[in-house]
Design a protein around this ligand. Structure first.
Ligand SMILES: Cc1cc2nc3c(=O)[nH]c(=O)nc-3n(C[C@H](O)[C@H](O)[C@H](O)COP(=O)(O)O)c2cc1C
Length: 213
């Protein structure tokens, strides 16, 4: 038996909590921006994904009007810094609701480095920086989706393996529901099956336990 939930009946916050508990795990964009006055901002956003391949576009969502959104609208640029396990505490600390004039880099004590193509700085200790120019924003109810064209990517050579970023070296953090976070679990690898090669699949319970190997 399932328990059925009507978003209208449940209400905004409880349904938001339900959604963020079931859309899991979510990658975390650690977004750096700069205000017109020059204050550098840094905040985690887990409503984050790739939006387009060519041109390369990523997206994050500001629930409400956060400083990150304000700065992006003002100056048109942001950097998505990779959120690795070893920076867990710092990432969480940058989610503190500091006032707009307080820069999280200084408040939390995070070293920065200049970006190559955009004004917002990179997090020096983060292994990947995706430098973005604002493509567009879409207002949806109480939230705003920010699309950014990736104009440059910088990847630490230590996470590279055979010319490619290696996930066990990246050690991503992910966001779950409530106050929960996750680290990378077991990595599974399976090539995608072309229809021409389809032989009926593993079948069974959907967990590969029946007829699979
Ligand atoms: C792991 C994590 C993920 C978060 N994801 C989002 C998100 O996707 N969108 C959002 O608006 N806030 C998100 N938050 C909350 C913001 O980081 C927090 O409100 C922060 O203070 C915003 O900073 P800003 O006002 O400097 O932009 C998240 C917080 C944490 C800890």
């Amino acid at each position: 038996m399932r328990i059925e939930f009507d978003p209208e009946a449940v209400g905004r916050t409880p349904f938001y909590k339900l959604l963020t508990s079931v859309v899991v795990p979510r990658p975390i964009a650690w977004v750096s921006t700069v205000s017109a006055a020059g204050t550098c901002n840094l905040a985690p956003h887990s409503f984050f994904t790739v939006a387009c391949v060519a041109p390369p576009i990523v997206q994050f969502t500001s629930v409400g009007r956060k400083d990150s959104l304000h700065n992006v609208e003002e100056t048109g640029e942001f950097v998505v810094n990779f959120a690795p396990e070893q920076l867990f505490e710092q990432i969480n600390e940058t989610a503190t609701d500091f006032p707009p004039e307080v820069g999280e880099f200084e408040a939390v004590g995070i070293a920065r480095e200049p970006s190559l193509r955009v004004k917002p700085p990179r997090v020096a200790a983060s292994s990947v920086a995706l430098e973005c120019e604002l493509h567009s924003t879409v207002r949806l109810g109480d939230s705003t989706v920010v699309f950014g064209r990736v104009v440059h990517a910088a990847v630490d050579e230590h996470v590279m393996d055979d010319g490619h970023p290696e996930v066990t070296r990246l050690r991503p953090l992910a966001r779950l529901g409530k106050d929960e976070w996750a680290t990378l679990g077991e990595v599974l690898e399976r090539p995608r099956i072309r229809y021409a090669d389809w032989d009926g699949g593993a079948g069974g319970d959907g967990f590969g336990g029946q007829g699979g190997s």
